[in-house]
Design a protein around this ligand. Sequence first.
Ligand code: PEP
Length: 248
Amino acid sequence: MRKTIVAGNWKMNASKETVNSLIEGILSGMNEVSSEVIVCAPFPYLSQVESLINNSKLMLGAQNLNINPAGAFTGEVSADMIKDFGAQHVIVGHSERRSLYGETNAIVAEKTKAAIGAGLTPLLCVGESLEDRESGKTEAIVEEQINAVIDLIGIEAFDQVIIAYEPVWAIGTGLTASPEQAQTVHLFIRNLLANSSEKIAKRTPILYGGSMNAANAADLISCSDIDGGLIGGAALKAEDFLQICKAG
Ligand code: PEP
């Protein structure tokens, strides 16, 4: 039985003040939540969140990492640094990083490897653009994105990976994949993993991301291959985020 996981991606939205109130709000409702809950904070706030969630079941994640362990990489942050602040997770391959910062499938695979190597659990994002979907390429694109990672790290390493299927056309747009559309791709991903290992395919959590909110979360999460959500906009309001967490 796979557990339900809800992860918030705050993106580049935070201040010391909003972090305090957001975490306080989430913590106040956590006793009614059975899902595993992760908040992915911008780097400067990892330490603040680490202190605030101490002794709670809320978990911390980062939003990016550099593939190198240390060295002359000005402005970059390593997996070990992220771990040092009590984070257990890190987002890799978010579509904003793929499209705005040129992250290729090969780079995303290296980031996944670096995260696992440091003992972090990568939240590996995959998903097609609207153009890909409209030209019938959804499965081919997702397959390429996932195979790049399997080829580099091997299927066994997926025991430490959470996949997030995030159709690019649904991220931050208010458009959500229907439960049927999402379930179809989630099942495709699970079958793809099963081609290499049925055991790992059954165990790997596959989250949906793309305008998930308090109103649509339960319908999406009730699909048999949707194991939770990666939440952007709705993760910035404690009440909305908690409702999604409770939907799991
Ligand atoms: C995201 O950025 O991963 C995301 C799913 O954003 P939103 O929920 O705002 O669509």
